[in-house]
Design a binder for this molecule. Structure first.
Ligand code: RIB
Ligand code: CA
Length: 314
């Protein structure tokens, strides 16, 4: 039976492919897509989600916009990585898929309380919507199967030396999520940096001969240029689909027990995830920390999902 999921995202090049993986792989049932400010403003991340769904033929999944700024931290978008539109590179057709009028948090809550089984939340962005959900609707937690998020790191950051973008963008929100008691799996930079979009991967998308395959190749080519310029990566890490892949097949992403706390006050470390893999702090396990990616299995599922969606459009 496919696992019911909701993606909360800030498209964002890697978010775009995470949406496609979730919509195209039969192991998950994508119930909704919600958007939040992060990589770009809420208006742009929401428009981008609509663009991706239009191009990929994802017409039956509700899209709802959420919070337009973090709980406390001022919004600082990642236009250096994702460009002015948030999805620079390809040209997208005018979106024909629209948003639903509900706030993202209300849509998630409505689905959680009406779906026949608990739902997995897959946040691939700052955790503002998820923190607001848990705070506004305390009954929601019992209806969440688990939260499998892209964010944090067992090692260094990518927004500051200590903090990863999604957590650093809204540390208070991340703190609420990790303290919530809801089962959390953290797919941090330490594992997502194993999902490198090499030229061979880009060729697999181009060789599909579909508009969607070509667009994925163009997205990855732009994304590679900014990652090369900013961090000297030869090939860019495709962060967000790793969280979806963990839900699709846990064998693709190997995890271990951990205690994760979010640093809120450190002068130089605010937004860091402090991941205790060895019980140094004698604190309870509150998360699964992703450590190893089966990269070949990951790319096979990613490419197959895009082929499935693209094949529907020819
Ligand atoms: O640090 C990587 C994360 O920040 C990814 O989710 C990317 O889309 C950006 O939001
Ligand atoms: Ca993201």
């Amino acid at each position: 039976m496919p696992v019911p999921i909701i993606i909360d995202c800030d498209p964002g090049h890697d978010d775009a492919l995470a949406i496609m993986l979730a919509a195209g792989d039969p192991a998950v049932d994508l119930l909704a897509i919600t958007t939040v400010a992060g990589n770009q403003t809420l208006a742009k991340t929401t428009l981008n989600a609509r663009r991706v769904c239009t191009l990929a033929g994802i017409a039956d999944v509700p899209i709802a916009a959420g919070c337009d700024r973090p709980l406390v931290e001022p919004l600082k978008v990642a236009d250096d990585v994702h460009g002015t539109s948030g999805l620079d590179g390809p040209q997208f057709p005018e979106p024909t898929v629209d948003v639903v009028p509900e706030h993202a948090v209300d849509l998630i809550h409505r689905i959680l309380t009406s779906h026949p089984e608990p739902v997995t939340l897959v946040p691939t962005a700052p955790l503002t919507n998820i923190a607001l959900l848990l705070t506004r609707y305390p009954d929601a937690a019992a209806r969440i199967r688990e939260i499998v998020l892209m964010g944090g790191s067992t090692e260094r950051g990518n927004r500051t030396p200590a903090a990863e973008f999604n957590v650093q963008a809204d540390p208070e929100a991340a703190d609420i999520v990790f303290r919530s008691g809801v089962p959390v799996t953290m797919c941090g930079l330490n594992v997502t940096h194993q999902a490198l979009a090499t030229p061979e991967v880009v060729a697999r998308f181009n060789d599909m001969g579909t508009d969607l395959g070509r667009t994925c190749a163009e997205l990855l080519t732009f994304y590679a240029s900014t990652y090369r310029e900013l961090w000297g990566f030869q090939d860019p890490p495709l962060h967000d689909p790793v969280a979806v892949a963990r839900v699709i097949d846990p064998k693709i992403v190997h995890c271990v027990d951990a205690n994760v706390v979010v640093e809120l006050h450190g002068r130089y470390t605010r937004g860091a995830t402090v991941v205790d893999l060895h019980r140094y702090m004698d604190r309870p396990v509150n998360a699964q920390a992703a450590i190893t990616l089966e990269a070949d299995l990951f790319w096979d599922r990613m490419v197959a999902a895009v082929a499935t969606l693209g094949g529907r459009k020819g």
